[in-house]
Write a protein that binds this ligand. Structure first.
Ligand code: SAM
Length: 281
């Protein structure tokens, strides 16, 4: 999975050297893949510049451990977050590992909902912002299913609400490949196991490897459709969003991304890239 620039790499464990026998895959995922500080910096600034006011009500779809929601409520005492996931396990993990560590006032401003993002129902509406991060909406494999999700997001936003989602592409996106990256105390392994060009269906895994040679194979598996950015832009428009903007990442001196995303109407054809998208109601 592509990773945004991380200002720091969080220590994955407080218990000393990591090994597959004791490591917590959810903590490793957060340390290797997520940078919720940069995520919130981006959406908070963009919302203000698009709408001329600050957002306060955020919904985090496909939230898993709700790390982004917890970051959001820490930013301002008026911020509230609704974190939605269909799986009770990461939500339970979040209660113990994130919510319990928030100051009491902030904790009361996060709601965890075990629901399907296509039909969040009571408590999921009237949002200023809805986020779908780390490409999680690629679990929808057909145009109808993805458009249906986008329509339900749009209905759940206030009149000037904004939907933010991310995207990865480039010619390496469809390549069967394994990438390794060293993190503090472990190695993060991102595998594209298969890609079917007829359907766009792809299977990806996250594995973790440890200094003592133990491994957590297939800690997380994703059955995704590899969408194109053009298709996603079209489907957002078909779902009724009035303006869709793509934000392209700038280059760092070594040819990687610099973590700074700017609105654009043209991208660059390169092996791999990440973009943000905003869709205004
Ligand atoms: C890759 S994790 C996302 C983690 C985190 N949001 C991030 O940015 O890295 C995807 C999550 O989506 C959840 N999920 C999958 N289908 C869903 C659905 N239809 N409704 C709600 N959650 C869903 C899974 O349970 C899983 O926790």
């Amino acid at each position: 999975m592509a990773v945004r620039n991380k200002p720091r790499i969080a220590a994955p464990s407080r218990q000393g050297a990591l090994t597959a026998r004791t490591a917590d895959p959810r903590a490793l995922y957060e340390a290797a893949v997520q940078c919720v500080e940069a995520e919130i910096d981006f959406v908070d600034r963009r919302f203000k510049s698009l709408r001329g006011r600050l957002a306060s009500r955020l919904r985090e779809d496909f939230c898993a451990t709700a790390a982004t929601s917890c970051e959001w409520v820490k930013r301002r005492p008026t911020n509230t977050a609704v974190a939605v996931d269909i799986d009770p396990e990461p939500l339970a993990w979040s209660r113990v590992n994130h919510l319990a560590r928030l100051p009491e006032d902030a904790r009361g401003r996060v709601t965890l909902l075990r629901r399907d993002v296509r039909d969040v129902g009571p408590g999921g509406d009237a949002m200023d912002m809805i986020l779908a991060c780390n490409f999680s909406y690629w679990i929808f494999h057909t145009r109808d299913a993805l458009r249906g999700y986008f329509e339900s997001v749009r209905r759940s936003l206030v009149t000037d609400g904004v939907f933010f989602l991310d995207f990865f592409g480039g010619w390496e996106a469809s390549k069967v490949q394994i990438e390794r990256r060293r993190c503090r105390g472990f190695t993060y392994v991102w595998e594209h196991e298969s890609y079917n060009p007829l359907t766009g269906d792809m299977t990806c895994h996250i594995h973790f490897e440890f200094p003592d040679k133990t491994k957590l194979r297939k800690a997380f598996t994703y059955q995704w459709r590899l969408w194109t950015l053009a298709e996603v832009r079209e489907l957002l428009t078909e779902a009724g969003f009035s303006r869709v903007t793509v934000y392209w990442e700038g280059d760092d001196p070594k040819g990687g991304g610099n973590g700074i995303f700017k609105p654009t109407t043209t991208g660059e054809s390169c092996p791999s890239w990440i973009a943000w998208i905003s869709a205004e109601k």
